[in-house]
Design a protein around this ligand. Sequence first.
Ligand code: FAD
Length: 243
Amino acid sequence: MKVLDKGFVELVDYMGSDKRVVQAARVSTGAAESTDKKDKLLIEYLMINEHWTPFEKIVFEFHVKCPIFIARQWFRHRIGSFNEVSGRYKAFEWECYEPEQWREQGEKRQGGGTDFDFSRNLSTKGVFNNALNIAKRTYDLFLDTNVIKEQARLIMPLTHYTEFYWTVNFRSLANFLTLRSSEDAQKEIQDYANTILGMLHKMDDLKFTMNIYEKVRIVKQLTIKQMNVNIDKFILNLQKNIK
Ligand SMILES: Cc1cc2nc3c(=O)[nH]c(=O)nc-3n(C[C@H](O)[C@H](O)[C@H](O)COP(=O)(O)OP(=O)(O)OC[C@H]3O[C@@H](n4cnc5c(N)ncnc54)[C@H](O)[C@@H]3O)c2cc1C
């Protein structure tokens, strides 16, 4: 699936399903008769009560192409395994993410910047493209003059594309998707997270898991948003509800 101007995310392989989750969970209680209704209820129970280990039985392998600045955010998710293309052994084919729309820094430090108007957008694109051209010409010059590849790449900008394989289980993927599809996350990584969400929702094998996860994700994001607005008010409301 295409993401941004030249990126993508592809599901290369996966293992596990709703059935695997309930099988793993029932090992502790003895096998119960498996019906769709019972399986769905069990999956709901597990996720709402944060019994996450059965969801670790579902494992995905993704192939991702994204700008380096997105990969840096992605690699912060430690529970998983990455293999990334190297710029030491092979020269990069110059490929950069060039935003169609530039955004203005607002009061908020994270996310949500408003779009530049037409003329400001155009002039920012111009400045950006000039800088990229200089970086590209320097990289090419380094290679032409036989500078070692591992040093030639020092001139590469954060917007340059990189590629990696990511092996991740559902539990860790759910954490990634909740954090990175949130409006606090950078718009570009939100695009990747939302693409993956779309892909998973189409998988019949994960129908029950995705159905309940979607609700859990939305509630979690709303709760965090509310807490950010006014933490004291939020705690007060919680205390009132507990009493
Ligand atoms: C909107 C946003 C803004 C951010 N801003 C910054 C920033 O300014 N600077 C910055 O450095 N990072 C920033 N981050 C990255 C963030 O701090 C996390 O590193 C990242 O989101 C990965 O989350 P994680 O640790 O839950 O995931 P994973 O590393 O995949 O870990 C999954 C879970 O495993 C457990 N776990 C993993 N490792 C340990 C451990 N060593 N000890 C205990 N438990 C562990 C935790 O329960 C964790 O939630 C930001 C993230 C987001 C979403």
